[in-house]
Design a protein around this ligand. Structure first.
Ligand SMILES: Nc1ncnc2c1ncn2[C@@H]1O[C@H](COP(=O)(O)OP(=O)(O)OP(=O)(O)O)[C@@H](O)[C@H]1O
Length: 237
């Protein structure tokens, strides 16, 4: 369980996030500028918040980003162009790229999981957008951290690839019992990935519900206001 009671201020933006997040996927919804990325940056330790942040009863607040049990995949994540796919994943285990046999097995396992075995020797410039994102996910898998933060990492991909990536995130979250937080804007994506959904407004968590809430009729008023689809079911069947 990830227990969050975090306050943060930035000019006129005052956030106060309070929520307990179980393992599984939780999607963060909210309009532009409402504070989704700020929450992920606070969790990752890239911004300094006040309050409490515990994961399975261990406080994370005073840990540096690299000490936290967290992997992140943000919009701007890039691969190292001078390293092969295999090396781009291996660097997640050891920055010096000197790996034990066990660590090499782990890299190979992650490449299998992300269906990149045949691309292991390629350089990033020879990959499609979807393949490059799979490399970034493989690197996250070898890091072996129990919390995964994804800030719209697939927004540049076409709908079919985005769906493929979401299935992969769902699958690895279930298999490895991760606590995954994903920022998204699309109700279809939320329903596809399942789990729970959080609505953020003005730096506050105003709703925290199972994804099925989007399918209820009449629609949940806060979510229907957010999606701009009043008095109807939010799911696109
Ligand atoms: N570098 C910055 N300096 C000052 N204020 C900032 C900065 N970055 C973000 N903010 C403010 O913090 C608030 C929350 O921003 P945040 O990026 O968390 O929103 P978001 O919900 O992720 O939005 P989006 O969906 O557009 O990415 C906004 O009011 C924004 O203007």
């Amino acid at each position: 369980m990830l227990n969050i009671k975090l306050q943060y201020s930035w000019d006129s933006f005052h956030a106060d996030y309070r929520v307990n997040i179980p393992s599984g996927v939780t999607t963060l919804l909210g309009g532009s500028g409402e504070g989704k990325s700020t929450l992920l940056h606070l969790l990752g330790g890239f911004l300094d918040g006040h309050g409490e942040l515990d994961f399975n009863s261990e406080s994370l607040l005073r840990l540096a980003p690299y000490e936290r049990p967290i992997s992140t995949l943000f919009q701007s994540d890039n691969l190292f162009p001078q390293l092969t796919v295999w090396q781009n994943v291996a660097i997640g285990v050891s920055p010096s790229l000197s790996l034990s046999t066990e660590q090499k097995d782990k890299v190979n396992w992650a490449l299998e999981k992300t269906q990149l075995v045949d691309k292991a020797g390629r350089f990033p410039q020879a990959l499609s957008g979807g393949q490059a994102q799979r490399v970034a996910i493989a690197r996250i898998l070898v890091r072996n951290k129990p919390i995964l933060l994804l800030d719209e990492p697939f927004s540049a991909l076409d709908p079919a690839l985005r769906e493929e990536m979401l299935y992969l995130v769902k699958e690895v979250t279930e298999e490895l019992s991760l606590t995954t937080l994903l920022v998204s804007h699309l109700p279809q994506e939320v329903s596809l990935i399942g789990g729970k959904v959080i609505l953020i407004e003005k730096g506050n968590i105003v709703a925290h519900e199972p994804v099925s809430v989007l399918d209820q009729t009449p629609a949940h008023s806060l979510f229907s206001d957010y999606f701009g689809i009043p008095n109807s079911s939010l799911m696109i069947k």
